[in-house]
Design a protein around this ligand. Structure first.
Ligand code: PEP
Ligand code: MN
Length: 336
């Protein structure tokens, strides 16, 4: 349920209402927006007398929320959430490029690519240290050493880093990581999500291969219900009957998520297509559709990449992509 407060409401009366609601066993999420204050009520609101609250002189209206996600709901928080990713803001008109290889392969590799993508316009560096591979015989990532190399690249370029976690027991290794990524395969690892909800770091939450937008928002809700509201959602392609691409990019997820939630939404065109040649057009489409950022796999030698080479673009291709995306951002009124 949400309670919309009248513009000229007396502050003390609002505080009294909040205390009264809390005494009914509810959690009250106060959202003081530019135009209005909205109280989001979390808990069992069935016994609340909505008419009584709606009749108070400080209350404009009361609305029951039918969606199962509350904290992530746009109705709870009308303004866009702006997430600070290690000093780089995303959401609310701020766009970010996150670029780097699928996997960290060596110090030289990640440091070299970091310098190139930074020069080409990326503000955050990606690189997997723990890799969720379909086959146990494929390269599994450099693990703790991979994180060490990623931090060397951060030191060298000043770029904040994004890397994937697969197990909550690994959290001590992520202390200096700026943004923790939850991969598509772990989108519904609820124990992991709850633990990440207790962290004070932004979480990049990828949509599962076969999950609905409501399921994605419920996963965000798991993190938010534990206190961490710094979440960036990522559409990375879903499984469909189409076989010519690795996955199918659900471009409508961008405007639909924007309607349903206040959280920033980014697109991963690399995993969506599985094809380097499609990364440019899908990136342009993402920017035009209103995405708040892109996460792109960039490798200096895609033919010899240890993971996801066919979908990786080279640094110079990333530079011209970033340049052209900026032109689209100017049209949709976003800061790149
Ligand atoms: C990745 O970003 O390298 C990755 C494994 O992505 P996804 O979880 O979307 O497959
Ligand atoms: Mn990859």
């Amino acid at each position: 349920m949400i309670v919309v407060i009248k513009k000229d409401a007396n502050e003390k009366s609002v505080e009294n209402l909040i205390t009264w609601l809390e005494n009914q066993g509810l959690r009250v999420n106060v959202n003081s927006g530019i135009y209005q204050t909205v109280l989001g009520l979390i808990g069992d609101t069935h016994s609340l007398n909505a008419e009584l609250i709606g009749g108070m002189d400080i209350v404009e209206r009361v609305q029951r929320i039918s969606e199962p996600y509350k904290n992530a709901n746009r109705k709870f928080h009308t303004d866009d959430t702006i997430v600070d990713m290690g000093g780089q803001k995303i959401g609310g008109g701020n766009f970010q490029f996150i670029a780097g290889p699928c996997s960290v392969e060596s110090s030289e590799q990640i440091c070299g690519i970091a310098q190139q993508v930074h020069k080409a316009g990326a503000n955050l560096l990606r690189g997997g240290a723990f890799k969720p591979r379909t086959s146990p015989y494929s390269f599994q990532g450099l693990r703790d050493e991979g994180i060490e190399f990623l931090l060397q690249a951060k030191e060298l370029t000043g770029m904040p880093v994004v890397t994937e976690i697969m197990n909550a027991n690994h959290l001590p290794m992520f202390e200096q990581v700026d943004v923790i990524q939850v991969g598509a395969r772990n989108m519904q690892n609820f124990e992991l999500l709850k633990e990440l909800g207790r962290q004070k770091k932004p979480i990049l939450l990828k949509r599962g291969l076969a999950n609905t937008l409501e399921e994605l928002l419920m996963s965000a809700e798991y993190i938010m219900s534990e206190g961490n509201t710094q979440i960036i959602l990522c559409e990375r392609g879903i499984r469909t009957f189409e076989t010519s691409t690795r996955n199918t990019l659900d471009i409508s997820a961008v405007p639909m998520l924007k309607r349903l939630t206040h959280l920033p939404v980014i697109i991963d065109p690399s995993h969506a297509a599985g094809d380097a040649a499609l990364v440019y057009p899908l990136s342009m489409a993402a920017a035009a559709a209103g995405a708040d950022g892109l996460i792109i796999e960039v490798h200096n030698d895609p033919a010899h990449a240890l993971c996801d080479g066919p979908q990786s673009i080279k640094p110079d291709a990333f530079a011209s992509l970033a340049n052209d995306v900026e032109k689209v951002l100017a049209i949709v009124n976003k800061k790149g």
